[in-house]
Structures are given as structure tokens and as C-alpha cells.
Design a protein around this ligand. Sequence first.
Ligand code: DGI
Ligand code: FE
Ligand code: FE
Length: 187
Amino acid sequence: MKREEALACVQEQLTEQRYIHTVGVMETAVKLAERFGADVKKAETAAIFHDYAKFRPKEEMKQIILDVGGPLEVLDFHHELWHAPAGAALVKTEVGITDEDILSAIRFHTSGRPNMTLLEKVIYVADYIEPGRRFPGVEEVRTLAEEDLDSALIQALKNTITFLISKNQAVYPETVATYNALVNDRH
Ligand code: DGI
Ligand code: FE
Ligand code: FE
């Protein structure tokens, strides 16, 4: 699918602000893919569609996750996490994207997972550092992403986990497992 066609398709699903975020993620993902040797076209497509399901009703996302068989555990955690697996399923059925590399980059863009592919890492980090992001610590992750994708990813996960804990929110075990796997890899 051409870039303009994909953008027009996702624009219908999103608010203006979320669409601007999506364009930021797309531009950032393309740069990271070029820098770290990921498939640039797949990075572009995954970024464009990564938040496709963001505004679907909770009940619809839940039903989709039940229909595709999981991950069921995510349903016990905050519904903000659901748009990633639900989005991967919807992009397949509604948009017709069947490339598993792209679908898994969408599926794991919020939690990550142990043993992430290069494309999954590119999308996770691009989502975190796109130019519209303003949260504390983002600048450090941007700097790390100039040189070392894994370091940027670890720092982004650390910030996310710390933020959730500071808000007395539960941390989805897959997010912690992603962090643990990356840190253990380094020893
Ligand atoms: O969809 P975006 O806002 O672009 O970004 P995202 O897909 O990374 O989703 C971020 C939201 O998900 C944010 O509100 C924090 C939440 N989140 C991410 N990881 C976890 C989480 N929430 C819980 N409860 N547990 C997690 O591990
Ligand atoms: Fe998201
Ligand atoms: Fe996003």
C-alpha cells in the first residue's frame, strides 16, 4: 500500500491529534529503520497503523482479543494496553495487511515482548520518542536512539514502568518481562 493511501485510511480511525502523533511515529520509524538496518517500508507501514484501534470501544477490543485467542492476560490489565493486540487483528481483517512482521510490530508496540524483532524495537522506540512526545526523560531516550536501539528501548521501558508504579498502577507482566530479557541479554 502506498504511503498516502495508508495515511488516508488510518486518518479516518483517529482524532486529529492522534493522526499527528502517527505521522511523527512514521517519520521517526523510517529514520530508525535506516539507522539500524530494519526494513524501511515495513517500518513505515507498521508505524502508520500502530494505533489503528486506539479509539475502538473497550468492549469491541475485548471481543477481538477473545476471538483471536489472546493474549487473554492483557484483559486483566488496563484497557490502554488492548489497542495493540486488537489493532493487529483489525489491520489484518479490515485493511488486509497480512505481513506478520508488520502485524507483530503493531501487536507488541505497547508492551514489547522478550526477544523482540528489530522491527518491533523500531516501532516501540519511535512511538516513545516521536517529536510530539513531551514526557519526562524522553530527551535521554532520543539521545540513546541516535546510537543504540537496545539502550533506548531499555530506558523507555524503565521510564514507563517507573511512571506506572509512581501512579500506583499495575504493570503488565509482559512489559516487565521485556525489560528483564533486554537487561539479562547484556550480562
Ligand atoms: O498509544 P500511545 O499513547 O501512542 O502509546 P502506547 O501504545 O505505548 O500506550 C501507552 C499507554 O499504555 C499509556 O497510557 C501507558 C499504558 N501502558 C503501557 N505499558 C503498560 C501500560 N499500562 C499498564 N497498566 N501496564 C503496562 O505495562
Ligand atoms: Fe499505542
Ligand atoms: Fe502511538
